[in-house]
Design a protein around this ligand. Structure first.
Ligand SMILES: Cc1cc2nc3c(=O)[nH]c(=O)nc-3n(C[C@H](O)[C@H](O)[C@H](O)COP(=O)(O)OP(=O)(O)OC[C@H]3O[C@@H](n4cnc5c(N)ncnc54)[C@H](O)[C@@H]3O)c2cc1C
Length: 449
């Protein structure tokens, strides 16, 4: 099957104008929610367009399960979780705590994470957006752009009512997949020479004796060696249980676990590119089969799971990586491994490089330290009136395996939002705004950078 490369729509095209706003935010994942809330709270008219009927993206539709990237990593004996990321991420966390939708910190190797309830996540996001006066359009997908040369002027959305045009002074591309940039025919790249991290279908397991499970598994959510050995014994070839290092988290609910275990490849073993619907479909089919195999493995081998059953899976396979933009700046692998702090840093990340590729995910810790992501990684090298937020920022492959998690995506949204507020107020282009000014605005808004 061949898919048309880009759709460009001229301003004069005859679609009904369904909205004329200061800012269009495309996508309601962690980044989109943070961006829209920040811009709306500062008195601008914002429309957030989301293809599903709820916000959350990879965290909710992909059931990613936990909010990673909040805490420092450490080898220190008896260390306690030290929160390193604040701003919108912290506000969202506090709202989730108030709603009873998040656990306390859970051990993940040398750091900690918190498991969130995906239903509560949706409600928390709805609340933030409505409180900030953001207009939300669910069940609408952005399928084209309105351009004047390199200047974005709006986008075309598709819904059950047909196509409609949204005119906007600024656009935040928080689609995760850089859909807006791609539809404009601007430059994007995919992984290392087109090979991206594998997707995972996460599932929740009910009917678990969690006490017995915890006794056996231990307090680290990453599988202990004895479980890795059991997985190898159960399927030495790796055909049916392709991933041997798996994560399992306690949740906010009784008798339930969140399981991050599957490794989704094509039936012929190829790495999938889920921006291609053929690959995406193959991934969904393979994922459903693999979930059952891991469920059965857990029932047969892990105490507490004998009567366990799959409560639900993600609405879709969890997508770690698709397109990255070509930005004014690019987050390099060295920037991450050298833990660089920069004056135009707008997001802090203590999260390790967690690369899902191969039989066991590769993890490289950033012990007792963090790096800062420069503002220019959100600004496309070509294209005006548009900024990206979220996992499609400009980044090298391994660096993205660190900077893509939820707390940081909240941060990119917060930063893109602060830059947009400034851009509207001063009528500056995004590329002319200094990262230092955005950092200062974020700090005035609680980011603690
Ligand atoms: C399997 C898996 C496990 C993970 N585990 C964790 C974890 O434990 N902890 C953690 O912190 N992170 C985890 N992550 C990473 C994290 O979930 C994502 O990186 C993060 O959610 C990305 O946020 P985002 O806002 O950039 O993009 P996304 O979450 O991808 O959000 C993009 C949103 O835009 C919408 N959208 C896309 N295109 C369009 C369009 N054209 N029009 C309208 N709407 C559109 C989508 O529906 C979606 O809601 C995991 C990811 C995966 C895949």
């Amino acid at each position: 099957m061949q898919w048309k490369e880009t759709i460009k729509t001229d301003p004069g095209h005859d679609y009904p104008v369904i909205a004329d706003v200061d800012v269009l935010v495309v996508g309601g994942g962690a980044a989109g929610v943070a961006a829209a809330e920040t811009i709306g709270r500062n008195g601008n008219s914002v429309l957030l367009v989301e293809r599903y009927g709820f916000c959350g993206g990879g965290a909710v539709a992909g059931l990613s399960g936990t909010i990673c990237g909040l805490y420092m990593s450490t080898d220190a004996h008896n260390a306690v979780p030290e929160q390193a990321v604040f701003g919108f991420a912290d506000r969202f966390l506090r709202r989730m705590i108030d709603l009873g939708g998040v656990t306390g910190p859970i051990r993940y190797g040398k750091t900690w994470t918190v498991t969130h309830d995906p239903l509560v996540w949706r409600e928390a996001a709805d609340g933030f957006l409505q409180d900030a006066g953001v207009q939300i359009l669910y069940h609408c997908q952005v399928v084209g752009v309105i351009m004047d040369g390199d200047h974005f002027q709006g986008a075309i959305v598709n819904s059950k009512s047909g196509f409609g045009a949204v005119h906007a002074k600024r656009i935040v591309d928080a689609s995760g997949d850089a859909d807006v940039i791609y539809r404009a025919g601007l430059k994007t790249s995919k992984g290392r020479n087109g090979v991206m991290q594998n997707p995972t279908m996460i599932f929740r397991l009910g009917g678990v004796d969690v006490h017995a499970f915890n006794e056996y598994w231990g307090d680290d959510s990453i599988s202990p060696k004895k479980v890795i050995d059991q997985l190898v014994d159960a399927d030495p070839s790796g055909r049916t249980l392709p991933r041997k290092k798996i994560w399992i988290f306690n949740t906010t609910r009784p008798d339930e676990l969140m399981v991050n275990s599957t490794r989704i490849l094509g039936r012929d073993g190829r790495h999938l590119d889920v921006t291609d619907p053929v690959d995406h479909t193959e991934g969904e089919l393979a994922a459903r089969e693999q979930v059952r195999v891991y469920q059965n493995f857990l029932r047969e081998n892990v105490p507490g799971c004998r009567d366990a059953f799959v409560v639900d899976t993600g609405v879709e396979i969890g997508i770690r990586q698709t397109r990255s933009i070509a930005g004014v700046k690019t987050l390099s692998n060295k920037h991450v491994t050298r833990r660089l702090k920069v004056s135009d840093g707008v997001v802090r990340s203590p999260w390790p490089i967690e690369l899902h590729s191969g039989e066991r995910p590769y993890v490289e810790w950033l012990l007792d330290d963090y790096y800062e992501v420069p503002y220019g990684t959100l600004v496309p090298e070509v294209g005006e009136n548009l900024i990206v937020a979220g996992r499609c920022l400009s980044s090298e492959h391994e660096a993205l395996a660190s900077c893509r998690v939820t707390a940081q995506c909240f941060g990119y949204g917060h930063a893109a939002g602060a830059a947009t507020v400034r851009s509207l107020k001063t009528e500056q282009r995004y590329r002319d705004i200094a990262g230092e000014e955005v950092r200062q605005a974020l700090n005035e808004d609680g980011a603690g950078l």
